[in-house]
Structure formats: structure tokens, C-alpha cells
Design a protein around this ligand. Structure first.
Ligand code: SF4
Length: 344
């Protein structure tokens, strides 16, 4: 009973920086640059212990299959206002994660027999405010109160209807309803016009000037265009100082899967990547995966092969979201393997 969920791919790094450059509490947010064919933005936080946490989010509703989110992130770090904090520093960690950006209209039914969706599993992120911890905590509190009342009434295994009702009449609802058209407007009109229209929409709602419409979402995988319809994007080579490649980044995520475990990235039809995605979209999995899991190898011999380096997966779920025909299914890997993030 909701709109489809839509997502952004967030990539993040931790750096130990030159103590002379560290300004505890300084927050930098950016929007747009260097993206030309997508919407998104970056953040840089000066946090404790001489570290900065920085990252870049690319909306996964992008159309151009040549877009390479990881390279956009690396390019973003070269902006003088970001680079100046990183020079002389050392990168210590890397990770990636898909973020639910659908907002209020994508929140599904929240309670089911014996369980409830809370926090980011339901999608309570306030996208234009770039935060969701407060809504996640509040949803957890409301679920706990409903569960506590159920236990006191000797109920078990039924539906926590009070949680759903109380959440939909809480400040989470009013906060997210104010910004509900921001993501769809950005997705439809791009960074400049989309931001302007989203700003107008948000201000009018804040001023209670009724705008009686809720914009719909289209699933991210359906927004991609054929490769011929889009320009190729030239990305600079990593300099090994500020910008890096994906494999050295995955190394810093402490990702570990047992080599002989079943592949946890399953293809519904193994023929699709080469027979359909490659000619039509130049197989975008080669670029959207922030860990370099997917490769098309052997093209020079005339027999391209789709290779899945599942042991590198950092569990961001982008492939499950963005694959054009939804042919990739991310399943929980055997044995609890995956990234092991310190302080991320
Ligand atoms: S394989 Fe999929 S889930 Fe794993 S890192 Fe790549 S895009 Fe993310």
C-alpha cells in the first residue's frame, strides 16, 4: 500500500587528518558537483580524535548507464574545499550503503503478526535534512511502547496496530510530509531546477499553503536509459593520494567472506548480463557497484563473460536495486561474512 522505495548510494571514508587542519564540529554539506547526470551531494564532518568522516551520495534514479558513482565520489574529494582537509592525511576506512530516500509516500505497512518495521528498515530518512537518526529512534520508541502494552495485556504474535496508528499521527509523519516531494522533484528535474522546485514546495508546506499533491516514484531500475542515448563520462585516474581505486578501498572495509561459500549475489537468469545488459546498457553493474564485484572479462577474445567477485561485496545492495531487469538478488551470505567497519 505504498509507492516503491527509491534509493541513494552512499559511499563514505574516514581519514586521520593533519591536526593543524582539524576543526572539531565543523560540518560541510554540498549538493550537485561534480554530478552532471544525476542528483546527489556530499558531506564532511570533523569528528573526534582528529578524524573527518566524509562521503558522497548519488541518487540511484540516474539515467546514464555510463555513470560511475564511486568515481564521482573520488572526483568530489578533489574539490579545493574538500581536498584542503585531506592533504597530508591518511585514509583509514571505506564503506558503502544504499539509503532509503522514498520518504513518506514509500513507507509500507509497518506492523505484521509478531513484528514491526522500525527505523531505516521502514525508510524514515528526512532526505533534504540529511538525517534520520531522530526518526529512527522515535519509531523504535513507539514500537516499544506498543509492544510493552501488548505484553501487559498478555498478547503475543499478533499485529501491533497501535504502533502503526501512533506513528502515522506522530511528529515523524508531519516532518516527513513537509518534505515528501523533495526527492521526486530532484529525481525528475535534476539538481538545479529540482532543488528550486523542492524548496518552493517545502516552504509552501511549511507556511501551510496547501499543495494537494503527492508525487509518485518510479523504481530506480526502470529509470536507466540505453547507452546510445547517453554521453560517456570521462573520469580521471586516481592519484593514490586523495582519490583511489575500488579494490584498495574494499581492502579498507575489512570485507571478508569465506572463499568457498555459495555466491550470495544470485542471478535469476545467468544469460541476462551478457545477452541483454551488455549490448543495451554496457552492463552498468561494472560501474554502479562501489566494490568492483561485477566485471565483464574476456571481451577481446570475442566471448565476454560476466564475473562476480562476491568475496569483495560490501553489502550495499545497490545491485539488487539498480540492475535494469532486477535480475540480481542479494541474499544473506553464509557464515556472517561481509564488511567490518570500525567507527563508521
Ligand atoms: S555486489 Fe551489490 S551489494 Fe555488493 S557491494 Fe556491489 S553493489 Fe553493493
Amino acid at each position: 500500500d505504498s509507492e516503491p522505495q527509491v534509493y541513494g548510494l552512499g559511499m563514505k571514508e574516514l581519514w586521520d587528518i593533519d591536526p593543524a587542519l582539524h576543526q572539531p564540529g565543523l560540518v560541510i554539506h554540498s549538493q550537485g558537483w561534480p554530478l552532471t547526470d544525476a542528483y546527489g551531494g556530499g558531506f564532511l564532518y570533523h569528528q573526534a580524535n582528529g578524524q573527518v568522516a566524509l562521503g558522497f551520495v548519488v541518487g540511484l534514479g540516474y539515467r546514464n548507464p555510463h555513470l560511475y558513482p564511486f568515481e564521482e565520489f573520488q572526483r568530489w574529494k578533489q574539490h579545493p574545499e574538500i581536498r584542503k582537509f585531506l592533504e597530508g592525511g591518511r585514509r583509514v576506512s571505506y564503506g558503502a550503503r544504499a539509503i532509503n530516500e522514498g520518504g513518506w509516500q514509500s513507507i509500507p505497512t509497518l506492523a505484521f503478526p509478531g513484528g514491526a518495521l522500525i527505523g531505516c528498515s521502514a525508510g524514515f530518512v528526512n532526505v533534504p535534512r540529511i538525517k534520520g537518526t531522530h526518526t529512527a529512534m522515535k519509531s523504535g520508541m513507539l514500537a516499544a511502547e506498543a509492544a510493552f502494552a501488548a505484553v501487559q495485556a498478555d498478547r503475543s504474535g499478533d499485529v501491533l496496530g497501535d504502533y502503526e496508528a501512533n506513528l502515522r499521527s506522530s511528529w515523524i509523519a508531519s516532518e516527513l510530509q513537509l518534505v515528501k516531494n523533495a526527492e521526486p522533484l530532484l529525481s525528475k528535474f535534476g539538481n538545479t531546477l529540482g532543488t528550486l522546485l523542492a524548496g518552493i514546495d517545502m516552504w509552501m508546506r511549511t507556511l501551510k499553503i496547501g499543495l494537494p499533491f503527492t508525487m509518485k516514484h518510479k523504481p530506480d531500475n526502470e529509470k536507466i536509459w540505453p547507452k546510445e542515448a547517453c554521453a560517456k563520462i570521462a573520469y580521471p585516474k586516481p592519484d593514490g593520494v586523495i582519490s583511489f581505486d575500488r579494490l584498495s578501498s574494499v581492502f579498507l572495509s575489512n570485507t571478508n567472506h569465506e572463499e568457498d561459500q555459495p555466491v550470495h549475489l544470485q542471478l535469476k537468469d545467468p544469460a541476462v548480463p551478457i545477452a541483454y545488459n551488455l549490448p543495451l546498457y554496457d552492463e552498468p553493474a561494472q560501474r554502479y557497484c562501489p566494490a568492483g564485484v561485477y566485471e565483464v572479462v574476456g571481451q577481446e577474445e570475442g566471448l565476454p563473460k560476466f564475473q562476480i567477485n562476491a568475496q569483495n561485496c560490501v553489502h550495499c545492495k545497490t545491485c539488487d536495486i539498480k540492475d535494469p531487469t532486477q535480475n540480481i538478488n542479494w541474499v544473506v551470505p553464509e557464515g556472517g561474512g561481509g564488511p567490518n567497519y570500525p567507527n563508521m
